[in-house]
Structure formats: C-alpha cells, structure tokens
Design a protein around this ligand. Structure first.
Ligand code: ADP
Ligand code: MN
Ligand code: MN
Ligand code: MN
Length: 369
C-alpha cells in the first residue's frame, strides 16, 4: 500500500505540468465483444464542437472487428465529454466504428438506431436506463465476499447501510462524481439486492443520446474500477442459485405519453410491444434467459406480461403514472449486458413505427455474419 501512495505522489508532479495549449482526446469505442476500448491522441487546441474532431482509425484485427488482411477500422466521432481523469480541456470522444468500404462495422448498431430516431424526431422519445452490474476482485471472486464461502442470504443489501451490508461504496462514489464531471445525465445510484451488485441510472435522455451516455458511463465505471482493482461484470446472471440477476430496465416515454391523457398512448405502446416479444428478446442481451426465470423480480423470457406496479411483469407501469394518467413505462426485460442502441432502437421502431431504411431485427444477424 505505501508503495502505491509513493507512486501516486510521483505521478502528481507530472499531472500538474502545463500542456502548452494542446489537449488530449481519448477516443472510446465498442469492440467486437461488447467491451470498450480506447486510445489517446494529442490535438493542437481546445475542442468546441464535434466537427473540429478528426476521424481516426485502429487495428480492427486486434479487437475482433476486422480480418488481418483488411484491418483498418475508422473511428467517427459522435459525441465528446469533459475528461474526469485528465481534467482541464482534455476530453473523452465517443466514436462509431466504420469499415474501409464505407459500411458501418458489424458491431456499430448506433448507425441504424440513429436513423429511426431521426425519422421519429417529432415523437421526442426519452429513455432512462437502470444499469445493474456486479463487482469481482482481481481473483474473480465476488468482491468482498468471504473467501470460499457466501455472505448471509439476500435481504439486508438492497440500499444497504453499514459494515457487512454494503461493499465498495468508495468506488461507486468515485464513479458517480466522474459521471457528473463528464456532464452525463446520471440520475442516481443504489446498492442492489445481491451483495456487491449495484445500479446507476442515466436519463432521461433523448433518442440516440441515451445509448451514447450509457456507453460513456460504462467506460467511466471500468476506468474507475481499474484504479480500485475491481472488475466489472455486466453478466445478467453472474451467480447461479438464489442470487438476483442483473438487468438494464429501460424506461420510455414519448411526448404524447408525458402529457395529461398520455395513458392511452402508454397502453397503445404496450400493446405493440406485446406483439413483438420474440423480436425484442433477441436484442435484449446474451444469456438473458438465465435471468428471466419468473423469479427474483423478473418475468418469463417466453411470454409477455404487463401491469401496474408489478415487478414480476415484462413491462411495468409505475403506480404514480397510473394515478396521474400520464408519464412513462418501464420495460424490465433488457439484461445488464445489452447494447443500448439495439434496445432503444427497437423500442422506437415498435412504438413509433418501422421505416424503410432501418430494420433493428437485422442488426442481430449482422453481428454474427
Ligand atoms: P425503479 O423504481 O424501477 O428502480 P429508478 O428510479 O431506478 O426506478 O429509475 C427510473 C428511471 O426512469 C430513471 O433513470 C429516470 O431517468 C427514468 N425516467 C423518469 N421519467 C422518465 C420519462 N418521462 N421518460 C423516460 N424515462 C424516465
Ligand atoms: Mn432502479
Ligand atoms: Mn435495480
Ligand atoms: Mn427498474
């Protein structure tokens, strides 16, 4: 530990050095397995708008995104945020991945989803995502759990307070602050039902920015966790047995739903969702069938259900929304490991209507092509 402190003190000397007007842009992208990669580059001056950011590239054969004989993948900037690690005018740049032949890379689901949101701009669709995740230590044991054993059964841990009831609060706090600094719309955090499982919420965000902000919040989580020697798992059922799985509940509203009388539009949306259950489930995360068992506050993976205040349904209408007669609904099916572009994209397609130039169901097939 003391060696770590000494190293930090040495590093601090260099972090204070003047950058002579240059800024560091850390380009962040999604690789071929749903993990995040990033690399940094120097830009001559402070960046004020997206169009000032250059396109860049990387070796896609090293990330499972391209064959070795045609390995260049292009990084097209789509959003940038203040960098909480380097601070100053340094930034984090979220980039879409494009192939050499001008087509979107097979894991670039943002491009297709963005077309849907553009076509349905007038619906003004908002999302709020509840990202659940689980902490592991460097030896792949659940973080803080007794060596070779289990903690007491679930009960005291959800929103828990006190030694033995909550784990890694310091790391979670660091992530929360980093998200706020980066201008992400993080709306809250809570400890989850399974010890060492946590949740943060991002939203409400409009259209395509929902996926952007969630991916960036995940990036910050992995970076912060790296400093604490913690591994982040987004697996929907990290432990077998009587331990809760991890989801990414997706809260949704259109302009019409948010106005008095909006319940009519919420009911209409749920009716449309009920008819495309199978198509949606395909895009709602790998191994999600291990989580959607009908137990542990989930519904069955094979049948659609909905209800007011029902946390055992596929889709829940919050009690307060039913009372007021307008607001939003919660799709509880998506797993913690979703690509939010796929999920928000198909919800837009189903609720607001399909368009000729985009088909979210094909996105899944494209991934395995
Ligand atoms: P839960 O009770 O399911 O745990 P949370 O408080 O964790 O709910 O999350 C609720 C989410 O709903 C928040 O992320 C919030 O941003 C989002 N939300 C609130 N209002 C709307 C709305 N009108 N449209 C879409 N999302 C919304
Ligand atoms: Mn929640
Ligand atoms: Mn939760
Ligand atoms: Mn929820």
């Amino acid at each position: 530990m003391s060696a770590t402190i000494e190293k930090t003190a040495i590093l601090a000397k260099y972090l204070d050095l003047d950058q002579r007007g240059a800024v560091i842009a850390e380009y962040v992208w999604i690789d071929g397995t749903g993990n995040i990669r990033s690399k940094g580059r120097t830009l001559p001056r402070k960046i004020n708008s997206l169009d000032e950011l250059p396109e860049w590239n990387f070796d896609g054969s090293s990330t499972g995104q391209a064959p070795g004989h045609d390995s260049d993948i292009y990084l097209k900037p789509v959003a940038f945020y203040p960098d909480p690690f380097r601070k100053g005018d340094n930034i984090l740049v979220l980039a879409e991945c494009w192939n050499n032949d001008g087509t979107p890379n097979k894991f670039n689901h943002r491009h297709e989803a963005a077309k849907l949101f553009e076509a349905h701009k007038d619906a003004d669709i908002w999302f709020g995502l509840e990202q659940e995740y689980t902490l592991f230590d460097e030896n792949d044991q659940v973080y803080g759990w007794p060596k070779g054993g289990y903690p007491a059964p679930q009960g005291p841990y959800y929103c828990g307070v006190g030694t033995g009831k909550v784990y890694a609060r310091d790391m979670i706090e660091a992530h929360y602050r980093a998200c706020l600094f980066a201008n992400l719309r993080i709306s809250g955090i809570n400890a989850e039902v399974m010890p060492s499982q946590w949740e943060f919420q991002v939203g409400p965000c409009t259209g395509i920015s929902m996926g952007d902000e969630l991916w960036m919040a995940r990036y910050l989580l992995s970076r912060v966790a790296e400093e604490f020697g913690v591994k982040i798992s987004l697996h929907p059922k990290p432990l077998k047995g009587d331990w809760n799985g991890a989801g990414c509940h997706t809260n949704v509203s259109t302009k019409e739903m948010r106005l008095p009388g909006g319940m009519k539009y919420i009911d209409d949306a749920i009716d449309k969702l009920s008819k495309r259950h199978v198509e949606h489930i395909k895009l709602y995360g790998a191994d999600n069938d291990l989580r959607l068992t009908g137990r542990h506050e989930t519904a069955s993976a094979t049948t659609f259900s909905s209800g007011v205040a029902n946390r055992g349904a596929s889709v829940r209408i919050p009690r307060s929304v039913a009372k007021e007669g307008y607001g939003y609904f919660e799709d509880r099916r998506p797993a913690s490991n979703i690509d939010p572009y796929l999920v928000t994209g198909i919800i837009c397609e189903t609720v607001c209507g399909a368009i000729d130039s985009a088909d979210m169901t094909k996105e899944f097939e494209r991934e395995s092509s």
